[in-house]
Design a protein around this ligand. Structure first.
Ligand code: ADP
Ligand code: MG
Length: 225
């Protein structure tokens, strides 16, 4: 489903070059549950950005479902993201002036889904996630765990094939973090491919495959039954 070949990514900041990814090659199959781990600064977020088509300034080849997706323009990348990926971040990136339902509707708006359909699907999903009594709350009126569930609903509303999560539990308490991973496990059992980034080795036990980065390189790549 995903194939990276010799991917390198460097950033230039104040005339200094940082080599964030160095010749990374990997394949991820549909239905897998993958943790990307490593110390802070090892390149985890950079790798997830490449995988999620949020970054195209890399060297090397990226194939998604056998299609080479280098050299796509910004519109094409945005379309790929919107069609195939759902994103969950450490900072939930909800829009504060919008209600929970409106936040969840947004990706459907970009797909051109009409208003009543959007609203219906957003409401249904929020109910499934236990937020049926918080539909018209604004993010500031919700707890951290609830905000993350709104963000998850937003990631799921387009029915993506792949869910990408970057340190998704960093701002959650233990209970909310366990709930989140319980949910990711369920989604994986229903066929979604999950790729999450964490610096916390304890969380890698949820994954079936653990890719460990060190200084921009894959140091370890282990699969578990
Ligand atoms: P991680 O997520 O594992 O902490 P990152 O992928 O965020 O690592 O960063 C890898 C390296 O690239 C770090 O040294 C970081 O400082 C650097 N880096 C990341 N993003 C940028 C950027 N936009 N500009 C300059 N340097 C960056
Ligand atoms: Mg990071």
């Amino acid at each position: 489903m995903i194939k990276l070949q010799n991917i390198s990514r460097s950033y230039t900041l104040n005339q200094q070059i940082v080599h964030a990814l160095k010749n990374v090659s990997l394949e991820i199959s549909a239905g897998d549950f993958v943790a990307i781990t490593g110390k802070s600064g090892s390149g985890k977020s950079s790798l997830l950005s490449v995988i999620g088509c949020m970054d195209s300034d890399f060297v090397g080849d990226y194939y998604y479902d056998q299609q080479r997706i280098n050299q796509r323009n910004e519109d094409e990348l945005a379309q790929l993201r919107n069609q195939h990926f759902g994103f969950i971040f450490q900072h939930f990136f909800l829009i504060n002036r919008l209600t929970a339902v409106q936040n969840v509707e947004l990706p459907l708006y970009y797909q051109g889904v009409e208003h009543d359909q959007r609203k219906l699907r957003a409401q249904q999903l929020l109910r499934v996630l236990g937020l049926g009594d918080r539909l018209t709350h604004k993010p500031s009126q919700l707890s951290g765990g609830q905000q993350q569930r709104v963000a998850i609903a937003r990631a799921l509303v387009t029915n993506p094939d792949i869910i990408l999560a970057d340190e998704p539990t960093a701002n959650l308490d233990h209970h909310a973090a366990q709930q989140l991973f319980g949910l990711l496990l369920q989604l994986n059992q229903r066929g979604k491919t999950i790729i999450f980034v964490t610096h916390d080795l304890a969380l890698t036990r949820y994954a079936r495959r653990v890719i460990q980065l060190d200084n921009g390189r894959i140091e370890k790549d282990e699969a578990y039954a």
